[in-house]
Design a protein around this ligand. Structure first.
Ligand code: ADP
Ligand code: MG
Length: 233
């Protein structure tokens, strides 16, 4: 009898939760090229709402300010367009850095890198983060890393002190922007943005909408498309 008391309520909550996250179309609705097979292989039947909102404008080359709660599939929302962009541009190793993802922590960088590995079989991909061997990273960057996932402090260090090519950067993504700002990396972010080439596509992703993101956005993005999924909590 105890068993029958609670489950119905939990189920209802779960459904509401799902309604908040998932959209109505599948990835096949998107004009994908090089990432199509990898995305299909992941086996997701529907896109999440943030994926539906953010991927199309990003594929069109627009800047995007995206906000949706944790667990709503933001990683694919920026990695798919980035990998597609480099492929379409026929980006070469000698062009240096083409796509850059800034992420607040080592753990989140690693998670993003794991998804990137599934999507990007061709380009060289890499990570740069505090607490790892700086020299090894520098050597890899000098050889050419097309897509880099990096934490702010270490990235700024490389931009200042490592001789690698980043003038051809096509796309910058700042992931978990709210958290990066909360954790005191605002100056690093501003420093990074001031060094990176201005001609690029930019997307800011976060779980919450804050005033500080708006301020940073003024510095980093141009005429952005707002992709925001409101959440109950
Ligand atoms: P966020 O960055 O918004 O916190 P993640 O990108 O880490 O979310 O994704 C959370 C989980 O959802 C991951 O396990 C991911 O594989 C899964 N996921 C991503 N897109 C979809 C989708 N369209 N359908 C089902 N699961 C998805
Ligand atoms: Mg995330």
């Amino acid at each position: 009898q105890e068993v029958s008391k609670n489950p119905p309520i939990e189920e209802e909550e779960e459904e509401e939760e799902e309604d908040e996250i998932f959209g109505s179309t599948g990835f096949e609705a998107l004009p994908l090229s090089c990432t199509r097979a990898a995305v299909e292989k992941m086996g997701f039947s529907k896109m999440t709402k943030i994926q539906e909102l953010a991927i199309p404008p990003l594929l069109e080359g627009k800047d995007v300010l995206a906000q949706a709660k944790t667990g709503s599939g933001k990683t694919l929302a920026f990695l798919v367009p980035m990998v597609e962009l480099l492929s379409k541009a026929k980006f070469q190793q000698r062009n240096g850095l083409g796509g850059l993802i800034i992420s607040p922590t080592r753990e989140l960088s690693l998670q993003t890198f794991e998804v990137l590995k599934e999507l990007e079989p061709k380009q060289s991909i890499g990570m740069a983060m505090g607490g790892t061997n700086r020299r090894n990273e520098a050597e890899r960057l000098e050889k050419g890393v097309a897509i880099l996932v990096a934490t702010p402090g270490r990235l700024l260090d490389h931009l200042r002190n490592t001789r690698f090519i980043f003038r051809n950067l096509l796309m910058l993504v700042i992931d978990e922007t709210d958290r990066i700002l909360e954790e005191g990396f605002e100056d690093d972010l501003r420093g990074i943005i001031s060094i990176l080439p201005k001609h690029r596509q930019t997307a800011l992703f976060s779980a919450t909408q804050t005033r500080r993101i708006e301020d940073l956005a003024r510095l980093a993005v141009a005429n952005p498309v707002y992709a925001s999924v409101a959440s109950e909590s």
